[in-house]
Design a protein around this ligand. Structure first.
Ligand code: ATP
Ligand code: MG
Length: 479
């Protein structure tokens, strides 16, 4: 980690910082770069593309002048909030006037008045985010470190600059941010800060679902999401917005028989997905997170066979839209994708058990469509057994399913299957109106293809249709 003075001036190599500092000098306003940029630079030595600045004084005229000088074309100035956002040469610059905040009990929107740099640093969430670098000539590159954030950065600790109960009660979103930073950076939350999260967990109710999910998604997209998911569970935050997931926790024992803890199993599955899916497919991670969500409601005990969760995929699939709607998440494509994966999550494994037949594989290909590859990834991630012999066997079985899929696909072109004979053609051929009979013929053709009785091509399907029509006593009106 670089912490010497000269290294920190190196953080300001981009001439942009000098120009902003010069403007500060001319307008006689102290200006600092702060937050994530300083934190991540000290941590990794890599400059990031989003920059947060604090200006002590009237920030709006400062930003207006900066926009003019740099010739910035894309920017937003929020006069009411005293903040601004500029897009400049691939950077995103955010400005805020140094401020003092006071909070009302029922809202996370503070009353704001102008303040000193010190006031502004106090209102920030964590000590590691209070580090500021001076940009004016007089203090260019000087590190401002009033809450010893530098030491916490060294020790890899998340801690609030003020009494954590006040910090979290003022803006409960900060509790989600604590877990998010701990997960992204692989830091620990200071014990007193962590206890305060537990105490204030119910305050999360005043935060909008969008903001909660924004932080939660960052946790899911981290390298090892289980770290954050465990923290959310242990502090009771998870219960505030996703109680269905905490309900998976626990092992029940009856007549000496137990089942696995589905919460900790789920965390392993999410971590496994994070390991294979390094691109960061958020919705695949959601699918991993929710793949067993129907288990508590479908849990049964049979004296002979022990614990079972029959139909949990179907139940889980029904829960997905409810969860998405409640959390204001995207209801169309993304929800449907997650729902589909949850519903199909046991299918490939079930295939291996009943021996992989052609028709079962065809059905799977058709039902999974474009999601087939992701479904197989999810199934592989789902294998969390600690028994090495079993693990090897499951993986080999899935490999056999993959091979079979390849063979069947090459032969039958069945993905995103549409029957080769359309309803219109059936109606035209037999001169009948839209009716149940049309649907029956169409389904029977589809079944015959899936069962391998006829091939997936037009001629065979057409001949089969004529045969079905005859059986139903229909006359051929048009060939
Ligand atoms: P990253 O950009 O990597 O998420 P960041 O620290 O830059 O990290 P931002 O959300 O961009 O995070 O916020 C910039 C700075 O504003 C933070 O470093 C922190 O000092 C402060 N901040 C942001 N949100 C809050 C909040 N809810 N409460 C207090 N301070 C906050
Ligand atoms: Mg930032």
């Amino acid at each position: 980690m670089n912490t010497t003075r000269s290294d920190l001036t190196a953080a300001l190599k981009n001439p942009l910082f000098r120009r902003i500092g010069e403007l500060g000098d001319e307008m006689q306003m102290p200006v600092y770069v702060i937050g994530g940029y300083v934190r991540d630079y000290i941590l990794t030595g890599a400059p990031k593309k989003d920059l947060d600045f604090v200006v002590v004084g009237d920030v709006i005229p400062f930003v207006e002048e900066l926009v003019r000088r740099l010739g910035v074309r894309q920017y937003h100035i929020y006069r009411n909030f005293g903040t601004a956002m500029l897009h400049y040469r691939g950077f995103i610059l955010e400005f805020v006037g140094a401020r003092k905040e006071s909070y009302a009990r029922n809202s996370r929107k503070p009353r704001v008045e102008p303040g000193t740099l010190e006031d502004d640093l106090k209102r920030r969430d964590f000590t590691i985010n209070t580090l500021a670098l001076g940009l004016n000539q007089e203090h260019f590159g000087r590190l401002i470190n009033p809450f010893n954030g530098l030491k916490d950065l060294h020790d890899r600790i998340i801690r609030t600059p003020l009494d954590p109960d006040i910090t979290f009660s003022d803006d409960p979103l900060r509790m989600m941010r604590a877990v998010r930073f701990a997960t992204q950076l692989d830091f620990d939350i200071h014990p007193q800060t962590l206890e305060a999260v537990g105490r204030n967990r119910e305050r999360l109710q005043i935060v909008s679902p969008e903001r909660i999910i924004d932080e939660f998604n960052k946790i899911l997209l981290a390298e090892r999401p289980s770290k954050g998911l465990k923290l959310l569970f242990e502090t009771g935050l998870l219960d505030q917005f996703l109680p269905e997931l905490s309900a998976l926790q626990g092992v029940e024992e009856y007549e000496g028989k137990t089942h696995k803890d589905n919460f900790f199993h789920t965390l392993e599955v999410v971590d496994n997905i994070a390991r294979t899916d390094t691109e960061g497919n958020l919705w695949l991670r959601w699918a991993a997170l929710l793949h067993d969500i129907g288990k508590p409601a479908s849990k049964r005990y049979h004296p002979k066979n022990g614990w079972s969760f029959h139909g949990h995929e179907f139940l889980g699939g029904k829960m997905v839209p409810r969860i998405f709607r409640r959390l204001h998440m995207p209801m169309h494509r993304d929800m449907k994708y997650v729902q589909k994966l949850v519903q199909l999550s046991s299918r490939p494994i079930a295939l291996t058990e009943e021996h992989v037949t052609d028709s079962a594989v065809r059905r799977l290909i058709m039902d999974a469509g474009d999601e087939l590859e992701d479904l197989l990834l999810l199934c592989e991630a789902d294998i969390t057994t600690k028994n090495p012999v079993r693990k090897k066997r499951y993986l080999a079985n899935l490999q056999a399913v993959r091979q079979k899929i390849k063979e069947v696909e090459e032969r039958d072109r069945i993905r995103n299957f549409q029957p080769p004979v359309s309803g219109e053609l059936i109606m035209k051929t037999f001169g009948i109106p839209p009716s149940k009979t049309v649907g029956e013929i169409k389904d029977a053709i589809k079944e015959a293809i899936l069962e391998g009785e006829i091939r997936n091509d037009f001629d065979e399907a057409y001949r089969y249709m004529l045969r079905l029509g005859k059986e139903k006593g229909l006359e051929i009106k048009e060939k």
